[in-house]
Design a protein around this ligand. Sequence first.
Ligand SMILES: NC(=O)c1ccc[n+]([C@@H]2O[C@H](COP(=O)([O-])OP(=O)(O)OC[C@H]3O[C@@H](n4cnc5c(N)ncnc54)[C@H](OP(=O)(O)O)[C@@H]3O)[C@@H](O)[C@H]2O)c1
Length: 246
Amino acid sequence: MDDNKSKGKILIYGGSGGVGAKLASLLHQRGYDLHLVGRDEDKLSNLAANLNCEFTVGDVRDDTLFKQVMKDAGHICGLVYAVGTINLASIRRVKSSDLLDDFTVNSVGAALAVQAALSVLKKAEGRGAVVLFSSVAAHTGFALHSSISMAKGAVEGLVVALAAELAPNIRVNGIAPSLTLTPLSEKIVGSEQIREAVARQHPLQRLGEADDVARMAEFLVLPESDWITGQIFKVDGGRSTLATTG
Ligand SMILES: NC(=O)c1ccc[n+]([C@@H]2O[C@H](COP(=O)([O-])OP(=O)(O)OC[C@H]3O[C@@H](n4cnc5c(N)ncnc54)[C@H](OP(=O)(O)O)[C@@H]3O)[C@@H](O)[C@H]2O)c1
């Protein structure tokens, strides 16, 4: 930590995940307090011991989680919702329950997390900031991605609506990563061969690392970005906007 005085507390849903844990570590080094949320108590308690912070265990599919989190977290100045799914399926096979579950975990959970935190974020003296996660698949078409593209498209709608509704007190931004090496993407890029093939589809010729995405989340949740709201930042090695030459 830079000094012994906390600069404020940041709440991270998905704080034990690839991006969430990396972000927690970056913010801890900058002198911020943290509160982490996830389902796996062992993972959370190990991390919390290292970062000297508290955590709440629960599933975002359970609406009662959000009030409990705010009770546990207390005063926060930033909220990051880094929870997500990647369930790839053909439109021929996808079930309404799969579509609804992806929507619940990625989009409804994000909305309920912000709703529960509103009154506290408003008191953060203009420093209140929210960061939500979309995906490259919300604006670039990939086969088998209908469910996650729908769910993340909704997150992007949520970002702009909330940014308008909550300005000037609370800033709201989103990050749309391409394939990033975390536990979430493990099942998609299981083999070295697949990893290399997908990396080549990115103009920058590699897959994302948790650090690439966490550094953008760090910037957006902290006052360094205090004239930025209602934006979606593509952290994707150029995949969504540039043609690959290879
Ligand atoms: N990695 C990628 O390639 C990629 C690409 C595009 C977008 N994104 C987005 O980036 C964000 C961060 O993803 P990541 O790669 O860091 O994922 P990750 O490594 O799988 O981490 C996900 C985190 O969310 C928690 N979580 C998952 N489902 C939950 C639930 N139902 N209730 C409560 N907590 C839950 C996990 O905790 P437990 O382990 O305890 O369940 C974990 O802490 C997500 O929004 C994801 O959709 C990622």
